[in-house]
Unconditional design. Structure first.
Length: 135
């Protein structure tokens, strides 16, 4: 999964492993003490600011594991951060991963080139036919 996320994530995004929620969530509710035990399997964040973009979680099939995943999902809904779930198998394609991840990355500050997946920058034309326009 880590290798696949590395391929799909643009160059301006880091993939971090097993990050405790309390490291990037500031919550003053009673449940905040629970955040030390909760970890996202993979956290995607902006490489320059380390701002969290989304998390990726394995979808387990057992009832006990399901409770933990459901709790993590509720916490992510509360903090307004997307949480993607993928089954625990090795048959996840790059296309499936991109299909779920691209809409989230499109709304983040990190913009990726659709052909090379590199970070895109906003530029202003200094001369020529498009002088002064931003592209």
């Amino acid at each position: 999964m880590l290798v696949l996320l590395g391929k799909v994530a643009p160059k301006g995004v880091w993939v971090l492993l097993q990050v405790p929620l309390f490291e990037f969530v500031q919550n003053d509710t009673a449940e905040s003490s629970n955040l030390t035990a909760i970890r996202g399997h993979y956290l995607l964040c902006d490489a320059t600011t380390l701002a969290a973009i989304c998390a990726v979680q394995h979808r387990d099939t057992g009832a006990a594991e399901r409770q933990g995943v459901d709790h993590v999902k509720r916490v992510f809904v509360d903090i307004g951060l997307p949480l993607l779930e993928f089954p625990v198998n090795k048959n996840i394609s790059e296309h499936q991963m991109r299909h779920q991840l691209d809409p989230i990355l499109a709304t983040s500050d990190v913009k990726a080139c659709p052909s090379c997946r590199g970070p895109m920058t906003i530029r202003k034309a200094n001369k020529g036919k498009r002088f002064g326009s931003i592209s």
